[in-house]
Design a protein around this ligand. Structure first.
Ligand code: MF3
Ligand code: CO
Ligand code: CO
Length: 260
């Protein structure tokens, strides 16, 4: 699949889809607390997307995925399936939302703390978020994909964390996952150069321990092999003439400023 460059009209639709995805994360915040099941979070998000936003939850039935959101707790890396297990104090959870509105996708995820996080988990979550923000800051026409991957890898490995290699960011638009693949490790000055009108995600998965992961028997849930914690944050980004626009920025976030 070739990289698609969005027209002005398509960009307007991507902005709407991105805003809706961000608004689901804003909405769900108050529900993420001790004793709530991830099934309940899924139901609340599903109803909000379908009934309030008049949009479609993209994960539902995507390649057989059974729920409307992904919930990945503690040592779960990504693609966790909501279920009956209750959140407990000290859990860290990634909620990943993808909506389709007017034919276009918006994809974003954030980490939430259930009660009080352990200091080492808080530092992991904050470092992963900072790696995403710094990577977004260098997005502009001419930036190479390897620049993004290298920045994230260097930033988190300098803090003794590891980057998951098996899953990556992606182009996004009419399709959930489009070219290019946006890996979160690599070598600066290599890879495809970004072009105005591209829309893609950056979604680093960062592990407290080793980078290795395994797939559970449900064929979706990815966990760390060493069962140590993992964190992930995701935004959908538009490449503009002179930089970027974060299509999924939330009200609780500081704006991201271009690097130097
Ligand atoms: N939202 C995930 C991503 O960032 C993909 C989830 S696929 C699903 O690319 F089927 F698990 F929903
Ligand atoms: Co994504
Ligand atoms: Co996602």
């Amino acid at each position: 699949m070739a990289v698609s460059i969005k027209t002005g009209d398509e960009i307007e639709k991507m902005k709407v889809a991105g805003r809706l995805a961000a608004e689901v994360l804003e909405m769900i915040e108050e529900h993420v607390k001790q004793g709530v099941t991830t099934d309940t979070l899924d139901q609340i998000c599903h109803n909000y997307i379908v009934n309030e936003q008049k949009a479609i939850p993209a994960p539902l039935n995507y390649r057989g995925f059974p729920k409307s959101i992904c919930t990945s707790v503690n040592h779960q890396v990504c693609h966790g399936i909501p279920g009956k297990k209750k959140l407990k104090n000290g859990d860290i959870i990634n909620i990943d939302i993808t909506v389709i509105k007017d034919g276009f996708h918006g994809d974003t995820s954030k980490m939430f703390y259930v009660g009080t996080p352990l200091p080492h988990n808080k530092r992991l979550v904050e470092t992963t978020y900072e790696s995403l923000r710094r990577a977004i800051a260098i997005v502009k026409p001419g930036t190479r994909l390897g620049d993004i991957g290298s920045l994230i890898q260097k930033f988190v490995e300098a803090r003794n964390y590891s980057v998951v290699r098996e899953y990556c960011g992606h182009g996004i638009g009419r399709n959930f996952h489009e070219d290019p693949q946006v890996v979160h490790y690599g070598t600066a000055g290599t890879g495809e150069a970004l072009v105005e009108g591209m829309t893609f995600t950056i979604e680093p998965m960062v592990n407290l321990g080793k980078r290795n992961v395994k797939l559970l028997g449900d064929q979706w849930t990815v966990v760390t092999k060493d069962h140590k914690a993992s964190a992930q944050w995701e935004h959908t980004i538009l490449v503009t003439a002179d930089g970027f626009e974060v299509l999924t920025l939330r009200a609780d976030e500081e704006p991201i400023l271009p690097a130097e």
